[in-house]
Design a protein around this ligand. Structure first.
Ligand code: G3P
Ligand code: MG
Length: 232
């Protein structure tokens, strides 16, 4: 497993260029590619055995209907308008779009998506994608661990809401190369501790220049942003 060649300050297009286009759609990822982003971030949920790219547990915020995403049929999910006429994409579609043009930070959001995602990424790698063109994370550390076991060559990240006790040890237990820290949990001391443990520290979600200045002062290595046009 190799650590991806991160830029000195790495920008992840959070859910694509989601401040400019409907989040987690092919349109938002295309916009991120047009803006020259090196990394996109996306969220995965399982629908009838197929990994789809969608953030929320339910459909109401992003579509004109309601219901839990994982309880729907794939054909129903694919019939929905996720904004500006965009479909909810499958992970396979996004990987096809991004291949060779940017790296993909795959967040395992829904339950039970690790093995299907590992299978898809494994296929992409067999077809020539570099293992370090992917970076796996999940708030559910068991899913990160399972993905790592199935696909050891793909780098993993430690993703948390707060700041766990023994954070660096926790990240090491996931073989993480990076720590994805909530903006509210950033302090210079924590960033120092993680970096001393050899981790990159990336912060979500940074959309203003004030927040950018704050996290840069704290010494972080990069940010997730909805506005990759502004945050440079
Ligand atoms: O992966 C970083 C970030 O996307 C985590 O939060 O809720 O935007 O998926 P969320
Ligand atoms: Mg996410």
């Amino acid at each position: 497993m190799s650590t991806p060649p991160f830029s000195p300050f790495t920008i992840f297009a959070h859910r694509g260029a989601s401040g400019l286009e409907p989040e987690n759609t092919l349109r938002s990822f295309r916009r991120a590619l047009e803006l020259g982003l090196e990394w996109i971030e996306l969220d995965v949920r399982m629908v009838e055995g197929t990994p789809v790219v969608f953030h929320d547990r339910t459909l109401s915020r992003r579509t004109k209907t309601r219901g839990v995403v994982e309880r729907q049929s794939l054909s129903f999910i694919r019939s929905l308008d996720a904004g500006l006429g965009e479909k909810i994409p499958t992970l396979a579609e996004v990987l096809d779009l991004v291949r060779g043009r940017a790296r993909t930070q795959v967040e395992l959001k829904g339950p039970g998506c690790a093995s299907a995602v590992a299978q898809l990424l494994g296929r992409a790698i067999a077809e020539g994608s570099a293992p370090d063109s992917f970076l796996i994370s999940s708030f559910d550390s068991q899913q990160t661990t399972l993905c790592k076991r199935l696909l050891p060559e793909v780098p993993t990240a430690c993703l948390t809401y707060g700041y766990p006790r023994r954070a660096a040890e926790f990240a090491a237990s996931l073989s993480a190369v990076s720590f994805h820290l909530n903006l509210d949990a950033v302090t210079p001391a924590r960033v120092r501790e993680l970096k001393e443990a050899g981790l990159k520290v990336f912060v979500y979600t940074v959309n203003s220049n004030d927040d950018l200045a704050f996290v840069k002062n704290a010494g972080v290595d990069g940010v997730f942003t909805d506005f990759p046009d502004r945050i440079r």
